[in-house]
Design a protein around this ligand. Structure first.
Ligand code: C2E
Ligand code: MG
Ligand code: MG
Ligand code: MG
Length: 289
């Protein structure tokens, strides 16, 4: 058919044929190309994790690290998750990519635990990943294989999991909690979970979305929302972390509202494992240098 251009990509040694027709719009073609690139990236080990420290605002000590996915195509620049997470979700590739990220974060967390730096390792997990049967069992095996203390691991999920999570995702969350792994609600306040849902799920931490932090010093509504979240979390025994702290003023404001933990460019940017080791001054980095 002359109207049909054929796109041919090698996928792990398998031929993978996809048909572009004139009816398929440019966005859909770009999406397919991106999906094929992501598949190759997985095969070629082009993913990395960067780590952003989480701080206790009372003494500015580092309490944990959030693992953040980075894609570095051969000879290219880092591609941030915002450019590829949606395509990974839609194609289902988020499952193997997310699994790689989880295993790598646990491996690195265990290495730092062994080096005398036991820090909480927070890992983002998508609703799609959590809804796949067997997630809890795969997590259990990864914990066993890496040997990391489960109390040092926290999974970050979005409110979508809470809102839609009555089936498989709910079962996965219960298994995660039973393994002794923490659960954090990411981007809290942007979804529709409401506060009442929190007590019906095994939640350890809520992370206040950065959209509430941005104008906290000038917008009384944002300050009121953060105050309410902090009060509610306190009464439920849930930890609160503010995301996206970019200024000293925001940090001070959050502290006065009773929010004791935060993360943001003002405190520390996400960075490669080596740079985290320099920041921590861990014994392993001194030995390596
Ligand atoms: P998130 O989990 O809410 O992660 C926080 C994002 O905010 C990160 O973006 C981080 O670099 C950025 N950030 C931190 N401090 C500041 C700040 O002070 N100001 C501003 N403007 N941004 C700040 P990043 O690394 O681009 O990740 C974006 C999102 O991609 C994450 O949002 C998360 O939803 C998703 N993601 C990242 N890694 C993974 C992963 O391994 N698996 C899954 N499923 N999703 C991931
Ligand atoms: Mg997160
Ligand atoms: Mg717990
Ligand atoms: Mg977030």
């Amino acid at each position: 058919n002359a109207d049909t251009a054929m796109y041919h990509a090698k996928d792990a040694g398998r031929a993978n044929f996809q048909f572009f027709t004139p009816h398929m719009n440019v966005a859909a073609q770009q999406r397919l190309t991106l999906e094929n690139s992501l598949r190759r990236a997985l095969d070629n080990n082009e993913f990395e994790l960067h780590y952003q420290p989480l701080y206790d605002l009372r003494d500015r000590s580092i309490t944990g690290l959030e693992a953040l996915l980075r894609w570095k195509p051969r000879g290219g620049e880092y591609v941030p998750p915002v450019k590829f997470i949606a395509a990974a979700e839609e194609s289902g590739l988020i499952v193997p990519i997310g699994e790689w990220a989880l295993r790598e974060a646990l491996r690195q967390g265990k290495a730092w635990q062994s080096a005398g730096r036991p820090l909480l390792m927070a890992v983002n997990v998508s609703a799609t990943q959590l809804a796949r049967p067997g997630f809890g069992e795969r997590l259990r095996r990864m914990l066993q294989e890496t040997g990391i203390d489960p109390a040092l691991v926290e999974l970050e999920v979005t409110e979508r999991v809470i809102v839609e999570g009555m089936g498989e995702a709910r079962a996965s969350l219960d298994q995660v909690a039973a393994l002794g792994v923490g659960i954090a609600i990411d981007d809290f306040g942007t979804g529709y979970s409401g506060l009442a849902y929190l007590k019906r799920f095994p939640i350890d931490t809520v992370k206040i979305d950065q959209s509430f932090v941005r104008d906290i010093t000038v917008d009384p509504d944002d300050a009121a929302i953060v105050t309410a979240i902090v009060a509610m979390a306190k009464s439920l025994g849930i930890d609160v972390v503010a995301e996206g702290v970019e200024t000293e003023q925001q940090l001070e404001f959050l502290r006065r509202l009773g929010c004791n933990r935060a993360q943001g460019f003002f405190l520390s940017r996400p960075m490669a494992a080596r740079d985290i080791e320099k920041l921590l001054g861990s014994p392993s980095s001194e030995a390596a240098d």
